[in-house]
Design a protein around this ligand. Structure first.
Ligand SMILES: [Mg+2]
Length: 385
């Protein structure tokens, strides 16, 4: 294909079981690319503003366009926050578009494959409420783990802060002995039940002090969890590093950070055992691959945080197969009945794995009828391709 120019970029925001912002990039060749940004108010407006930055550009110049967007928004927040989320969604759409224009799957635009499929882990949140009066009991957690593993998944995650039980004050971030013991019993119940059938990780959502984090991570060392996630708040690198170095439990963090520059100190100071960016928020497919290689220079593996629709999740799978140090891609929507409806043929997970198709681009198309059904007030539907 000779000349092709970007003519427009549109965004539509939906409120379903989760909140999603979808992106579409249009060209004068009649070919479009679709993407998705991490949720947040105002992201759609930033996306549509970027139309003026990319208008007239050749969408196949992926590195240059990523660079141009970061430079174009540098005075209004392209270091972190909603501007980076907006750029991320556009970058995903550009990979879909450039793949279609050059007849290549998106993973090939990222350098090609290390593996054929992306391992998916299920975010199970808390215990199974159907059989238990107390869904926060160790038995309820273990039952939920067993049920999800029996569906064919070999990787799961639970929230270790789904209840603040035994925590005497929800503001001081302190875990007393009883709270640590309760969390240890949850971890032990799950890991005992699933054994080596599944890797199990646990999320703490930035809730605890460095001291509490160290005591909790040491208390569960014998359980050999996959990782313990976001034990301390995300702003203080030194505390994060000290927690990671204090325990043999693998410590994971990174979903609140943006761009390779944002995670560089974590990597260089080996402040995490596993790095976990959220690709549709972090800077997009290209930026996440850059960060993966930076982490790999320090032999740090990467898990991909993910709360996306099937489109963004498939984009994550393309990144997952393209980087050497990939561990797993999150699936946040196990209990969401509408999730797969946001894409045509949206049932993309098979036996706990996603295989990026060899079709041009992402190989997944948005289902506009579902998007229209769940569109937020005041939104306009994306124009069809
Ligand atoms: Mg998390």
């Amino acid at each position: 294909m000779a000349d092709v120019e970007i003519t427009d970029i549109q965004a539509t925001h939906v409120h379903a079981d989760w909140t999603w912002t979808f992106v579409r990039v249009y060209t004068d060749a009649g070919v479009t690319g679709s993407g998705e940004s991490y949720w947040g108010s105002g992201v759609g407006e930033v996306i549509e503003h970027c139309s003026s930055i990319l208008a007239g550009e050749d969408p196949r110049n992926l590195d240059y366009l990523r660079h141009k967007l970061f430079e174009g928004l540098s005075a209004t927040g392209s270091i972190a926050g909603k501007s980076v989320s907006a750029i991320s969604g556009i970058d995903i759409a550009l990979h879909d578009l450039a793949g279609k224009l050059t007849d290549q799957p998106a993973y090939r635009l990222l350098g090609g494959k290390y593996r054929d499929e992306a391992r998916v882990y299920v975010d199970c949140h808390a215990g199974d409420p159907s059989e238990h009066n107390d869904r926060y009991s160790p038995a309820a957690y273990a039952d939920k783990a067993e049920a999800v593993v029996s569906e064919g998944f070999d990787a799961i995650k639970f929230d270790l802060d789904a209840t603040r039980r035994y925590e005497r004050d929800s503001h001081n971030r302190h875990l007393n002995a009883e709270a640590v013991d309760y969390k240890r019993r949850l971890v032990e119940a799950i890991t005992d039940r699933v054994g080596y059938e599944a890797d199990v990780s646990f999320d703490c959502h930035w809730n605890y002090t460095g001291d509490s984090a160290r005591r909790l991570s040491r208390a569960i060392e014998d359980c050999e969890v996959w990782w313990l996630e976001d034990v301390v708040p995300p702003e203080n690198l030194e505390v994060q590093r000290e927690v990671t170095r204090s325990t043999s439990t693998s410590i994971c963090a990174g979903e609140n950070l943006y761009r390779t520059h944002g995670v560089r100190p974590l990597i260089e100071q080996q402040a995490v055992d596993i790095l976990q960016p959220d690709m549709p928020k972090f800077g997009g497919m290209r930026e996440t691959v850059r960060a993966a290689h930076a982490a790999d220079d320090y032999y740090i593996p990467m898990a991909l945080h993910n709360v996306s629709s099937p489109l963004g999740t498939m984009a994550g799978a393309h990144v997952a197969v393209s980087i050497p140090n990939f561990i797993a891609l999150e699936w946040h929507a196990h209990d969401d009945p509408h999730w797969q409806d946001f894409a045509v043929d949206g049932d993309i997970i098979e036996e706990g794995r996603i295989t990026p198709p060899d079709e041009p681009g992402l190989g997944v198309e948005l289902e506009l009828d579902t998007i229209e059904e769940f569109m937020a007030d005041g939104e306009t539907l994306l124009d069809p391709a």
